[in-house]
Ligand binder design. Structure first.
Ligand code: GAR
Length: 194
């Protein structure tokens, strides 16, 4: 993990594709006196992402990246990250899969949040699958990103109980609230170890 810079903070980027509730919670954390990050850059692959609007409004450098050509898109992102001295990337509902080469460039400095108790329910439609399988618990996980999807070292995880009348929507809402709490905690945790 990166060394902390002036004021004991590092520059951080958040990658999003949509709503941005985790982005907001990371932003709120970044504004706390004892936080260990300066949220400097938001990357979105979607122009219409509400999270991108929020970032612009809050004067964070916001880049909409056209992903029609992945190689070009990643090149553009890498140069932005270097230019802005970004030492930590937080994926927060970013729906593009980063290439092995990209991950190699930022090895150990990319983290992600996933709405399940990993290693269970990697990939998409987690809540539907959890309910279909009549699980008693689900939850969310913040983990390091490696070359395999949703498989890197777990940083923090929290369980959420399932109820008989749960629908994917209800469960998603309950888990999202917990996600918004544990993401800043996980960031703080990894940066406290430096
Ligand atoms: C969150 O539930 C996050 O865990 C999920 O997308 C949502 C984004 O919400 N990510 C994944 O499923 C990644 N595999 P947000 O835009 O409100 O932060």
């Amino acid at each position: 993990m990166a060394k902390l810079i002036g004021k004991n903070k590092i520059y951080c980027a958040v990658f999003i594709s949509g709503r941005g509730s985790n982005l907001k919670s990371i932003f709120r954390y970044s504004k706390k006196k004892n936080s260990k990050i300066i949220l400097k850059l938001v990357v979105s692959n979607k122009l219409s992402a509400p999270g991108a609007k929020f970032a612009k409004k809050n004067k964070i450098i916001t880049q909409i990246v056209n992903y029609e050509n992945t190689i070009k898109a990643e090149k553009e992102i890498l140069s932005l990250l270097k230019k802005n001295d970004i030492k930590l990337i937080c994926l927060a509902g970013f729906l593009k899969i980063l290439s092995k080469n990209f991950i190699k460039n930022f090895n150990g400095k990319i983290i992600n949040i996933h709405p399940s108790l990993l290693p269970k329910y990697k990939g998409l439609n987690t809540h539907e699958r959890v309910i279909k399988n009549k699980e008693s618990y689900s939850g969310c996980t913040v983990h390091f990103v490696n070359k395999k999807l949703d498989s890197g070292k777990i940083i923090l995880q929290q369980k959420v109980k399932l109820y008989k009348l749960d629908t994917p929507k209800k469960l998603e809402k309950r888990i999202l609230k917990i996600e918004n709490k544990i993401y800043p905690k996980a960031i703080n945790q990894i940066l406290s170890k430096i």
